[in-house]
Ligand binder design. Structure first.
Ligand SMILES: [Zn+2]
Length: 137
């Protein structure tokens, strides 16, 4: 009997990030922006720069660059079977915040530090679309 491949772990959607995941479901990439000084966050309750609590979710560019990455050669979770090697990357977003994700659409060995990337969304199920990043054109 063929067993269904186990599902990948899903993000924990908390009140602070609910708006982000709702936008992601519509394939919209959002960040929180301080309404006082304009700094961007993912996410924050108060601004680290000016301490303002006036934060608002806004549309972001979805662009950034690879800050650093690792390549996974070991199978740590059965849901990743057949996808090794894959990368786990820290993306430095154009607006400033850093985000952990994966660079997709290219072989893991081709991921480079400083590579310009842009967001793409992978519909994991009816509730969750995961932001990944592909090389920018
Ligand atoms: Zn601020």
């Amino acid at each position: 009997m063929v067993q269904a491949k186990p599902k990948k772990p899903l993000p924990l959607i908390e009140p602070e990030t609910q708006a982000f995941w709702e936008a992601a479901k519509r394939h919209e990439f959002t960040l929180q922006k301080c309404q006082n000084c304009g700094a961007y966050y993912f996410p924050a309750t108060d601004c680290n720069k000016c301490s303002s609590p006036k934060m608002e979710w806004v549309q972001a560019s979805g662009k950034g660059k690879v800050f650093t990455f690792i390549t996974m050669h070991q199978l740590y979770h059965p849901s990743f079977e057949g996808e090794i090697p894959y990368n786990v990357s820290i993306i430095e977003l154009a607006e400033g915040p850093f985000m952990m994700s994966n660079v997709v659409d290219i072989p893991a060995d081709d991921v480079k530090i400083g590579m310009p990337v842009e967001v793409v969304f992978e519909d994991v199920n009816d509730e969750v679309a995961m932001p990944r990043f592909k090389p920018a054109k």
